[in-house]
Design a protein around this ligand. Sequence first.
Ligand SMILES: [Zn+2]
Length: 146
Amino acid sequence: MGVSQELTALVMEQIHHIKTPRRALNKIKELCEKNLRQEICGFLGFREETGEYIVKQESNVSPEPSSYFLIDPLAYLLFKEQYKFIAIFHSHIVGTEEPSEFDIKMADNCCQPFLIYSLNTQKINIYQPQTVECDVNKLDRIKAVQ
Ligand SMILES: [Zn+2]
């Protein structure tokens, strides 16, 4: 493993503890803006004990990371176990913040909202499936500052 790869791995594993919903969204934007060639992805959650929002970037393991994202299912389970789940986030490096057909299908399948940030429009869109498993109150707080 080269030095740059090690640094990337460190960045990927960083967990950000954030006090307000607005700052949590800003952190997601900041992470997405750091990579203009690959979709950035990760989880947004809430830590009840400290009242903090949690933003965790995960590795995009998709074979086509410039067009799609894919997260290791184990990382998803571990995050869900530790925190109240709010949303799965990812960036669109081309096009708008609207969910793709693939995004809608994935969100519907895992019953979690998808928060999408477009590098192009610099806007956030939250796609919420009809049935969700996430903490809806916390999601509403995020939506209120979107
Ligand atoms: Zn997408």
